[in-house]
Design a protein around this ligand. Structure first.
Ligand code: SF4
Length: 373
């Protein structure tokens, strides 16, 4: 049977994970108040004449007049000061296996607490979490929780790491930044899953406190970024290089959508770019699309297409390649790049066995990239 699971379906089907401590739901009746209790000054912006502000957090570089918000809808110019409307206002905290990020080379099988808020700085027509990412803060429920409280809850729940994903964490930078700084002091692993649109300076500041990053490389075709996501590919490629230069662990996700980004010559070019700029050992996940949001007219990605992408990446020389959102596929698992023995057995996002010893293959002693203890 051909079964596809995205994050939300996975939550419904899991017995042990997918615990939403608080989950986002649409605000009903009247919209929740736009005025939050805590609206601290945003980071990374400049002031201009006539109370204009220039946001420098992401590639969009919004110029925001007084009383207005940026493209992401969560950063507002209040009397000439840029303020975050989602600081200490997560829409949800959710416990998942770390593999669900996806992050396969970071202490496999541990519990991770994921933080998310409303909104995004992209407008992907295929977004799998669109009810959250395409909402303004007033349109979904949120709750008050300070960074200290979020870290405390992470420890209380026995989670080993804390991640920022589901919506784009760039848009809640200030909350994420404070969470990861506190989390590192408490010995937690820290990560985020991003679309890669954050500007270089904030990304470098954030990386000081991150252990790993998962980046969506949605396509290697600028047209896809422009037409499907209302975004640009160039800042994403720059972000990938910045992360690689930082030495922090990096994994890449490429969601393959039938007819939109399933051209194998583009996937080949993407793999070559990754090898040249990020290295052969960068794990890549080719994940299966399921019809969502404005793309319900398209079918699920054929498994054969994902396998062709896998074979293309392998032929180009990438060493750690995965097929995602397909339960029980052999490429859910990790194989040694030298002796090809199975090292970590997974079914979908569940780790079943881990043979890696001290970060090395126990059969041929090959060093496996990642964080293993
Ligand atoms: S973070 Fe938001 S306000 Fe700032 S540049 Fe990006 S889209 Fe504009």
């Amino acid at each position: 049977m051909d079964i596809t699971l995205n994050r939300r379906n996975f939550l419904k089907n899991s017995l042990f994970y997918g615990v939403s401590l608080v989950a986002a739901s649409p605000a009903s009746g009247h919209l929740a108040s736009a005025k939050h209790l805590m609206e601290p000054k945003a980071m990374f912006y400049k002031k201009g004449d006539q109370n204009l502000v220039y946001c420098e957090l992401c590639f969009r570089r919004c110029t925001i007049p007084e009383g207005r918000r940026g493209f992401c809808r969560v950063r507002e110019n209040q009397k000439g000061e840029l303020r975050s409307l989602v600081y200490a206002q997560p829409a949800g905290l959710q416990i998942d296996p770390i593999e669900l990020e996806p992050m396969y080379h970071m202490v496999p099988g541990h519990k991770n607490l994921c933080v998310y808020t409303a909104s995004c700085n992209f407008r992907c027509k295929h977004c799998q979490n669109w009810t959250i990412s395409q909402s303004a803060p007033e349109q979904i429920r949120s709750f008050k929780s300070t960074p200290e409280e979020i870290v405390k809850e992470t420890l209380k729940q026995g989670c080993r790491s804390i991640s920022h994903s589901i919506n784009e964490p760039t848009v809640f930078f200030e909350l994420m930044y404070d969470v990861v700084r506190i989390a590192k002091k408490k010995g937690l692993l820290t990560l985020c899953h991003t679309n890669g649109g954050m500007a270089k300076e904030p990304m470098m500041e954030l990386l000081k406190f991150l252990d790993g990053v998962t980046v969506d490389l949605k396509s290697f075709n600028p047209k896809f970024y422009r037409d499907i996501s209302e975004a640009k590919i160039e800042p994403v490629l720059e972000t990938l290089k910045t992360i690689r230069q930082s030495g922090k662990h990096l994994e890449i996700v490429n969601l393959i959508i039938p007819t939109l980004n399933d051209d194998m010559s583009d996937i080949r070019k993407m793999c070559r770019w990754i090898i040249e700029n990020l290295g052969q050992e960068t794990p890549i996940h080719f994940t299966r699309f399921s019809p969502q949001y404005k793309m319900t007219h398209l079918p699920h990605t054929p498994i054969r297409t994902l396998e062709q992408a896998y074979e293309t990446a392998k032929a180009e020389g990438l060493k750690y390649i995965y097929v995602g959102n397909v339960i029980g596929h052999p490429a859910n698992s990790t194989y040694c790049s030298k002796c090809n023995k199975k090292l970590i057995e997974r079914s979908h996002f569940i780790m079943l066995k881990n043979a890696i010893k001290d970060g090395r293959c126990p059969f041929c002693n090959e060093k496996i990239p990642g964080i293993w203890s």
